[in-house]
Each structure stands twice: as C-alpha cells, then as structure tokens.
Write a protein that binds this ligand. Sequence first.
Ligand code: DGL
Length: 271
Amino acid sequence: MDKRPIGVFDSGLGGLTAVRQLMDQLPGEDIIYFGDTGRVPYGSRSNETILKYTRQDINFLMSFDIKAIVIACNTADTAAGSIVQREYDLPICGAVRPTAKKAAMVTKNNRIGIIGTSATIRAKAYDGIIREYNPGVEVKSVACPLFVPLVENYRTQPGDPVTEMVVAEYLQPLKDWGCDTLVLGCTHYPLLSEIISGFMGPDVALVNSGREAACQLAETLRRANMLSGNSEPGKVRYYISDSAEGFSNMASAFLQKPVEQLVSKIDIERY
Ligand code: DGL
C-alpha cells in the first residue's frame, strides 16, 4: 500500500477528464492536479518547448511526495513522454498508448479517425501504435487546433453556434470517410463529446484519452501494489499557472463538485 498522492498534469482543463475517471475508479486516492493555464495551448508549440514545459510540470508535481504521474495531455506525451519516463524515477503513465490500444480493439470496420492538436497529429503519434495492436486498420488524422481554445473559453454546450460550426468543418472528412471509431486524441476534447457525437452520429464510438490514461495508471498501481487502501474519499488539490476564476467554475461544473477552495495559482517558471 502507498498513501502518497498521484500527480496529474495537462496544459489546462483537459486533464480533468483523467481526474474524473480516477475519482470514479480509485476513490480513495489523493490527487494533485496541475493545469498550465498560463501557457495553454501546448499543441501549437515546438517539441523543444513542449519538452521544457513537461519537465517543469513534472518538477512542480515532484515538489510534493507523489507516487506516480499521469501525463493527461496527448501533446506532452507525444513530444516528451518517452524522454521523461527515462529521466524520472517513478511510474509515469501517458495517454497515447492506452488510447491507441483501446481504439484498435473497438473498431469493427477497421477505419479509425484520429483528432488531436497540431503537435500530436504532426508527429503521427497514434498511427504506428494502433497498427501494433491491429495491423489491418486504416487511420485518417485531422488536427483540430481551434478545439482547445473553445474548451478553455467554456464554449462546450451543444447548440453553441461557433463550436457546432468548427466541429462540422474539422470532422466532415472523417464522417464522409466512414470511420466507426474516433480517437479523441486530446484530453480537452471529451468536454466537446456531446457536440462531436451529435455530428458524427450514434454509430461512431468515441475513445476518450483522459479515461484511458487513468485506466492505465489504475492498472499500474494495482499491479505494483501501490494503491492507497483508503476507504475515505481522497482529497484533490488543484494548481494552475494563471487566474483561478474561470478554472474553478468550469472545473466545478465538469467534476460536479465545488473546487473553488482547492485551487491555487503557482509560478511554473520557478520549476
Ligand atoms: N489537452 C492536451 C492534449 O491532450 C493539449 C492541449 C493543448 O494545450 O494544446 O493534447
């Protein structure tokens, strides 16, 4: 048993999709969440910058006595995951591999659409891993750089005319192509699930990378006998690198729990 908290980070709100899943699956675990809201988005930046940010995010989380880390950000995982897994001496679970594996298993017509940030799509992060698990699959990828700003600005409600239009513009080619599985290859995108699903139709399965990253961590902790064993609900503390105001409202709405008291602003450049 290991009662230390789990560290989770993302460039902003997206990693809450992993936090929500961790709260459901491992309710007794304490969590420290860092959202780099002062520097979001990561997805339009160079690999060098994303690696630097990822190291700083991990250094900040390591300033607490944590037992494991979830990179709840496909962009950071793609650009830096394998590097930081070698550099730091604790389990670090990324989002891309478990999500790719899930998609490879879910598809029935062997056509998988992948959407993500420009950095993730540019690196073809998903293509090779999906084929490792299912060599017969065809993939088609589309970068959706406007989705993260829409989510960070709370434009997530079905019926929002701007978001509906942007979703249609990006996803029409994948809909026309006929994929039966769509990888939400950015942890922000599940916040747009209703709009995306409404556009793609009920027969297209959405694979949520925040959920898959959390499942992977749960499995890793179970196997290593590192679960907390607590029967009381764990505490979650939130840290961000910009104003807490908007973050608390959106996080409370998304997690269906008040988080105002638990959000603190930090200076990430110090790490
Ligand atoms: N949520 C992140 C991801 O999973 C990145 C968003 C961004 O900062 O561009 O890719």
